[in-house]
Design a protein around this ligand. Sequence first.
Ligand code: HEM
Length: 125
Amino acid sequence: MSEENNFYERMGGKPTFAALTEKFYAAVATDPILAPMYPAKDMEGAKERLQLFLEQYWGGPSTYSETRGHPRLRMRHAGFPIDTAAHDAWLTCMHQAVIDLDIAEELREELWTYFQYAAHSMKNQ
Ligand code: HEM
């Protein structure tokens, strides 16, 4: 019953997170800083990992942890040089994806605030 009210459900569930990550990765693929960092041969896999992580984080199914283990995102990003330029590029791609979503404005703001905070915490240079 609480499912009705969690962020995941209010966002529209899986299709919304699929649309978000689809748009995000389309932008990443054309970004000069980010594209070389991501696995060109496994962009579908990368998309799925991010989508499942976000679904779980916002109260959806816990498939991410079942398949990938504990998120430990800072550790998983340690191998990528995330400086201010990479941080800004990532947020720019994500912002395009977030503004394109057909969701209530308050949800969009909550999502965007989270991404800004999370991206900041991923900087390692
Ligand atoms: C700040 C700039 C960031 C950069 C440059 C960056 C870059 C990357 C790269 C290159 C990968 C590997 C792609 C793959 O094969 O899965 C990755 C994975 C991932 N990133 Fe980021 N990332 C950033 C921020 C974030 C943020 C803010 C989040 C969460 C809100 C996030 C969530 C993830 C997840 C869930 C994975 C897959 C982890 C796994 O299971 O292996 N990233 N990121």
